[in-house]
Design a protein around this ligand. Structure first.
Ligand code: SF4
Length: 212
């Protein structure tokens, strides 16, 4: 079947590149079939770069494919994407193997205990990216009077299973009359330390006191 008869858009591609062409390649297959049957070389109708159309129409040799691929613009794209790839790779390599996020519990923002101690609650999400279980020590800094308590645990340590995330409720307390207990807001830092890997991560948050 001739190439014009198979074209779904009804154009004759032998007149050159046309806007209606949807590059379905049916004409290429039809033309190759006919050329094969009459013993002529395939590829009479073929893909070509639009920029080369005029030169090739006048019998010029087609440009080698590598000259279409390695152009200043494509080299610039390759350079940019390589930089992005290297950046992602570096970020992956230097990322800490332990991680934490802190979400202060705002309802209520603080609780006054029977002895006047002010207590704030935080939901701390601990992430252990190591291949073995790790014991994390959690501590608070920002004011020497602050103390930390972990819900359901003895002491300030918690074991996070390998490659897992653990949600731990943490209480920070300030004794009655202490500066953080009297202040509206005190900037504090919650820290997590992995004693085995000697890694530490910190997150800043706020301790809410009983403003006078
Ligand atoms: S590629 Fe498809 S749409 Fe374009 S000329 Fe050939 S048959 Fe027609």
């Amino acid at each position: 079947m001739a190439c014009v008869n198979v074209c779904p858009t009804g154009i004759d591609i032998r007149d050159g590149q046309q806007l209606e062409c949807i590059t379905c390649a049916l004409c290429i297959d039809a033309c190759d079939d006919v050329m094969e049957k009459i013993g002529k070389p395939r590829g009479l109708i073929d893909y070509l770069a639009l920029s080369d159309e005029e030169a090739e129409t006048h019998g010029a040799t087609p440009k080698p494919v590598w000259r279409h691929v390695f152009r200043p613009r494509t080299m610039m794209y390759i350079g940019l994407w390589s930089l992005v790839g290297i950046g992602l790779l570096v970020a992956l390599i230097v990322r800490p193997d332990i991680d934490m996020t802190v979400a202060p519990v705002r309802n209520p923002i603080y609780v006054t205990l029977s002895d006047g101690t002010i207590r704030n609650t935080y939901d701390v999400r601990l992430r252990n990216k190591h291949g073995d279980d790790r014991k994390f020590d959690i501590s608070v800094s920002g004011d020497p009077s602050l103390a930390i308590l972990l819900e359901g645990r003895e002491g300030n340590s918690v074991v996070v299973p390998a490659n897992e995330t653990l949600l731990q409720r943490v209480y920070v307390t300030a004794p009655a009359g202490s500066e953080p207990a009297k202040s509206d807001r005190t900037e504090i830092i919650l820290s997590v330390e992995d004693k085995v890997g000697e890694e530490q991560v910190h997150t800043s948050t706020v301790f809410n006191g009983k403003a006078q």
